[in-house]
Design a protein around this ligand. Structure first.
Ligand SMILES: Nc1ncnc2c1ncn2[C@@H]1O[C@H](COP(=O)(O)OP(=O)(O)O)[C@@H](O)[C@H]1O
Ligand SMILES: [Mg+2]
Length: 363
């Protein structure tokens, strides 16, 4: 059995599930069923239990079954031989609560990282093709699972940044800037900003070579893949940056410099990948980013994260699919949940692996 294993999942008023229990006796679990059957919803429920929020960006209330009030997700895990009951509740009042073994967390960030998880889903191509925010979110999700302090600092940074931006807006409306007040917020932004910058920089030193390695494994060739962490904080201290940008910020009515502008620059050769890459190259890179995330988390935790593979059969040709499945299910000993619209295709693919698996068919 894997060192981290989800044994059961109980859903109440979560999306299309009114009250339902699933038991997972096997390490490899497939969900099959037609479009709209609720396969992705199950993966999202597992994601909630691990990271206290939806993967698919929906607000918490958006996940309550239509016409109901509140939801509850309960999962029973075993981790390194110990049992854990994790519960995520959205109360009727709209308040969200996370519990572990009956104890309510004071902060969600205390839970994040205890049950590491990695998702690969079709929409993730926006990671490669979309704006820089997507890539910052990826980094933040990984580093938050490595270090709870990171998420705390990020929440703090975002809060002060919002305050600073609305202050800049007020200044612009009134036509005058209160330098002293701005300096107070600059000071509050400085510590979390620097912390996040240093954490990202350190993390990327291990992560980026891993991405290149996994890209080579998937694509078969290296193709001159080059990833670089871009941040204004490489060249200026954060406090210097804020001071220098003050006039510009006043006119722009927002904070124009900081770690919220960081980018993960991705190139093939010297061309930006999102401009030139073929479909196949984008997919390979998407998988490389996610598998590298898996590897780094495993290394750090000493056990495999839970792996959620959504509709990957639609995305890859049979050969690549077999390589991916072999890597995910045989080379790695962690628990894997995967979905497919065709039960027969899913069964056939898993049978080929010659390892224990179960398939849950959703009507
Ligand atoms: N808040 C909700 N309440 C009830 N049903 C929902 C809610 N959100 C989504 N659904 C339903 O979930 C289904 C989609 O589930 P999903 O897991 O994405 O399916 P798939 O099996 O294709 O991955 C749709 O039928 C949709 O109506
Ligand atoms: Mg789906």
């Amino acid at each position: 059995m894997s060192l981290l294993h989800l044994n059961s999942l109980h859903l109440t008023q979560f999306k299309n599930y009114d009250s339902q229990t699933f038991e997972f006796s096997e390490r490899i679990v497939g969900f099959c069923g037609p479009n709209g059957a609720g396969k992705t919803n199950l993966l999202d429920a597992i994601y909630y239990l691990c990271l206290t929020r939806s993967y698919f960006g929906k607000s918490d209330p958006g996940n309550i079954s239509f016409g109901k009030n509140g939801f509850r997700i309960e999962g029973r895990f075993s981790r390194q031989g110990q049992p854990f009951a994790a519960v995520c509740i959205l109360r009727e009042t709209g308040k969200k609560e996370m519990q572990l073994n009956g104890e309510v967390y004071a902060k969600f960030s205390q839970h994040v990282g205890k049950f590491p998880v990695v998702v690969v889903a079709p929409d993730d191509v926006s990671l490669v093709a979309g704006g820089s925010e997507e890539r910052r979110k990826l980094l933040d999700t990984i580093i938050s699972q490595l270090d709870p302090e990171y998420l705390q600092q990020l929440i703090q940074y975002t809060k002060v940044l919002q305050q600073r931006n609305s202050l800049l807006k007020q200044f612009s409306e009134s036509g005058r800037m209160d330098q002293a007040l701005l300096s107070v917020l600059d000071d509050q932004l400085n510590a979390p900003g620097n912390f996040i910058f240093i954490q990202r920089k350190n993390f990327l030193q291990t992560y980026l070579p891993e991405v290149v390695k996994m890209y080579k494994m998937i694509a078969g060739v290296e193709e001159g893949l080059n990833l670089q962490y871009q941040s204004q904080l490489h060249d200026h201290s954060f406090s210097e940056l804020l001071a220098r940008n003050r006039d510009r910020d006043f006119y722009a009515q927002r904070t124009t410099g900081g770690i919220h502008r960081d980018e993960l620059d991705i190139r093939l050769g010297d061309q930006p990948l999102r401009q030139i890459a073929s479909q196949g190259q984008r997919k390979s890179l998407l998988f490389a980013l996610k598998l590298a995330e898996f590897n780094v988390l495993r290394q750090h935790k000493g056990f495999e994260p839970i792996l959620l593979l959504d509709d990957v059969f639609e995305k890859l040709d049979e050969n690549r699919m077999h390589n991916l499945l072999y890597w995910a299910c045989i080379d790695n000993r962690g628990q894997v949940f995967l979905t497919d619209t065709h039960c027969s295709r899913l069964n056939a693919a898993l049978e080929k692996l010659n390892t224990g698996f179960q398939v849950v068919s959703l009507a």
